[in-house]
Design a protein. Structure first.
Length: 134
């Protein structure tokens, strides 16, 4: 339902729904990561950081938290930290195609085209059906 509100540009209702979901989902790291991902997509970093605080201490070592933190704090990272964090996620078991696409975009912004081709080739081993622009 929150995605519907986002599509309708009713962001306040989407935030309320995310807050409600974060409570009823018993702070499930998977749900929190999914909600933060949606907020990242619409550049709502403040709201994403609010949800990031709902992770339990035990969940802060999980892949879901690593990805959620990367996305929620993205606007506060400098270019080098974005690339470094993106590479750390890609090199870990927590890698996702979505985070990889963000990493590629960060590399493009830094004019690091020489690294993109090699990483795209590596990514094909993990996600053979995904299409990444080299």
């Amino acid at each position: 339902q929150a995605k519907y509100y986002i599509a309708q540009e009713e962001f306040e209702k989407a935030y309320e729904h995310f807050q409600w979901l974060s409570t009823v989902s018993q702070r499930s790291s998977k749900y929190l990561r999914a909600m933060i991902t949606e907020l990242y997509k619409i550049d709502e970093f403040d709201e994403a950081r609010k949800l990031l605080k709902k992770f339990d201490v035990d969940d802060m070592k999980t892949d879901d938290y690593k990805i959620a933190a990367f996305l929620a704090e993205f606007d506060q990272l400098n270019d080098n930290m974005r690339v470094q964090s993106g590479l750390e996620i890609f090199r870990s078991e927590s890698r996702t195609p979505e985070c990889f696409k963000i990493l590629i975009e960060c590399l493009r912004e830094q004019k690091m085209e020489d690294k993109i081709g090699r990483l795209v080739e590596e990514a094909k081993d993990f996600w053979p059906d995904e299409k990444f622009a080299a």
